[in-house]
Design a protein around this ligand. Structure first.
Ligand code: ADP
Ligand code: X2W
Length: 300
């Protein structure tokens, strides 16, 4: 009796997908990827489960993920329930004392523990912390200047308790990533005097990526990447392009801190930064392990 050796095309396609991933696995094993999961991308529970599986798979094959999460829309919902108004300047939430308290509660409380739970259920060992734990991140008040487009006069805007990272305790992250642990980090930190700051999650992820010398900073959001004025996807950007896109208004709102973060990450030792659509199922795996990639890649 003869045996039919013709492979099932669907099975063959699976094997090809795995072999396509091989050079990327070989390249990145032992390296650290900082993945920022935005509040908008987090909205769909099914996608959140895909995200958790992707992160656990990375760890299982020897790539070290560090997750930094946002939660802007979720903070907005809680502030709304409490009757606290909120306003943004260049994608940053103006943060008074009450808003800082709510931001910490939502980010370091609810969202951080949801993510830890998703990763745990996908089989990973996630430990949820904020910048305050083990003095992971020390922050200071952020000063933001805005330039009036007509007069070109610059003025300083007071954003309240919005912080920027000054130093990162990379040693504690190193201890965690050398073990089975997947750190899950909320973008809240304090200064030397114990003042709490609300930090934009992209900014937090960028500072951490630079401090650990990450191979990649990956920012998952709710758009396919950086879009040009005609809405086409800009697949590759350099620092020069970014400055021009900010200056001519192509980039606005939350995309500003995102690209500023990519800029300082790639000039601060991170090999490349990617902005990609977190609403796409398994966006992380598709970006890392396929030749085509996805989203917008920023390189120095
Ligand atoms: N040129 C641009 N390309 C893509 N998105 C842009 C651009 N300019 C502004 N944006 C806005 O930036 C948003 C992403 O930032 P943000 O809302 O802060 O996301 P996240 O919560 O994922 O950090 C997009 O939803 C879009 O509205
Ligand atoms: C200062 C500042 O803007 N902090 C952000 C922190 C959360 C965040 O960045 O969340 P996303 O990534 O989901 O936008 C905020 O209060 O919304």
């Amino acid at each position: 009796m003869s045996v039919d050796h013709t492979p099932d095309p669907a099975m063959l396609a699976k094997a090809e997908t795995l072999t396509e991933a091989l050079p990327f696995i070989q390249k990145y094993v032992g390296r650290t990827f900082v993945v920022k999961y935005g509040g908008h991308a987090m909205g769909d529970p099914e996608r959140a489960i895909d995200f958790a599986e992707d992160v656990v798979l990375l760890k299982a094959i020897g790539i070290n993920p560090i997750v930094v999460h946002g939660g802007g829309p979720q903070i907005g919902t809680m502030l709304g329930r409490l009757g606290i108004k909120s306003e943004f300047v260049d994608g940053l939430r103006v943060t008074d004392a009450a808003t800082a308290e709510v931001a910490e509660m939502v980010l370091a409380g609810a969202i951080n523990k949801d993510l830890v739970s998703w990763i745990g259920r996908a089989g990973g060992t996630a430990v949820g912390i904020s910048g305050k734990d083990a003095r992971l991140v020390t922050a200071r008040k952020l000063t933001r200047t805005v330039r009036d487009p007509d007069s070109a006069i610059e003025r300083i805007i007071d954003l309240g308790f919005v912080g920027e990272p000054v130093s990162v305790n990379a040693k504690i992250l190193d201890l965690m990533t050398r073990s089975d642990v997947i750190p899950v980090i909320a973008p809240i930190a304090e200064d030397a005097e114990g003042q709490t700051y609300n930090i934009n999650a992209d900014t937090m992820a960028g500072a951490i990526a630079s401090a650990v010398g990450a191979a990649r900073l990956m920012l998952l959001t709710d758009v396919p990447g950086v879009l040009a004025k005609d809405k086409s996807l800009l697949t590759d950007l350099t620092p020069k392009h970014i400055e021009a896109l900010i200056a001519d208004g192509t980039i606005s709102g939350g995309m500003i801190p995102k690209l500023e973060t990519c800029l300082s990450a790639v000039t601060g030792g991170v090999e490349a930064a990617v902005i990609l659509d977190g609403r796409v199922p398994h966006a992380l795996l598709l970006e890392i392990f396929t030749r085509k990639g996805a989203g917008t890649l920023v390189r120095a």
